[in-house]
Ligand binder design. Structure first.
Ligand SMILES: [Zn+2]
Length: 65
């Protein structure tokens, strides 16, 4: 299997919040993050950021959108 590069990996990581990744994409991402420390860290940070952003939004009242 061809290993995806870091650029694709990080792109998929942010896309996975907006759409459902295909099995193949998820697999490739998993393989990449297992082998690439940078991207695995990036993924963790993204989760934390995502959570923090959601908390902030929920903290402000009013459900605009
Ligand atoms: Zn990487």
């Amino acid at each position: 299997m061809k290993m995806m590069n870091c650029k694709d990996a990080t792109r998929l990581m942010s896309e996975r919040y907006e759409r459902t990744l295909s099995l193949r994409e998820r697999l490739a991402l998993k393989v990449h993050t297992a082998m690439c420390r940078g991207c695995s860290n990036y993924g963790l940070h993204l989760d934390v950021l995502r959570l923090a952003a959601r908390r902030l939004r929920e903290g402000c009242e009013g459900g605009e959108r």
